[in-house]
Design a protein around this ligand. Sequence first.
Ligand code: PEP
Ligand code: MN
Length: 348
Amino acid sequence: MLLRLKKGLPQRQLDAVLTEARRLGYECKFLDAGRQLLELDGTPGRPEHRSRFEDLVGVAAVLDAGDARELHQRAPGQNDHVVRAAGAVFGGGAASLIAGPCAVEDTTRLIEIAQRVRAEGATLLRGGAYKPRTSPYSFQGLGRAGLEMLAQVRAEVGIGVVTEVMDPREVEVACEVADMIQIGARSMSCSPLLLEVGQAGKPVLLKRGFGATVREFLLAAEYLLSTGNEDIVLCERGVRGFDSGVTRNLLDVGAVAHLKRATQLPVIVDPSHAAGRADLVRPLARAGIVAGADGLIVEVHPRPAEAHSDGAQAISIDELAQVATDMRALLDLDGRCFATRGLERASV
Ligand code: PEP
Ligand code: MN
């Protein structure tokens, strides 16, 4: 492991770093005359050692964590970890389409949407029963009634379901319905929720917080992985930019390309929350796939003007068909495949 110490470190802080390193079994060697680069050797590193050094006031940065590899880090030559949820496959050259309304609104409408997105190749229906809204006065979702609607639609239409949970106490009940649990941008750093969802053992869709660095995003995934659950799909959904008058967020396609290299976990793109504009969903969806994303999650609504939330970014089913066509073509160019096998219908 290689540490960069702060310049002009008081003796007490330097001693604290050296003492801690030796206590953990490392031999310490300075690599430079200014005594800022400290090499630690002699014992196999552990991820918690890295965090321990990052917490010490005298350490400016852990430059190289050595073999203290965190669980989300792709080892040299390591293949993609492939995540399967219902008919969806993410990673290992396969990509999947998730589509549906922002929120679950009513059963008839949800059945119509589910049938149509399934016909376009979506293998998971999205729809929030619990909605994380900025204002407490906005529509908060239908809660458990919404979960029941999702269960009914899942059985009738034969499509898997992904839905968000915000409260650790609701994880168990949501898992009875969902094939995949979403942790939204606003909850990305809520560690009790991450641990509860991780322990539930279902595949997880983890969205990047709009103010989260890539490292913070990966450490949120690390919380999930630390429970022994490896089936995590990362979702880039746009970060805060400086021009929200034009787009709601800034789609970080660079982060998508980076994440595909840095982690074995699949990465998907949400072009809906990124732009906040229906007319930009298609180009951003293309950009995501070209950057290497293993799938897309897209908000659709047959009548966006009537949507209870996020109507401005909802595309029509015809527009989703275009997104699916683009996705097929771009994946094909890349030698990857579009996973479209649905679930068996329980009843029709
Ligand atoms: C959503 O998927 O509807 C949602 C609220 O997304 P995010 O957490 O990315 O804002
Ligand atoms: Mn939404």
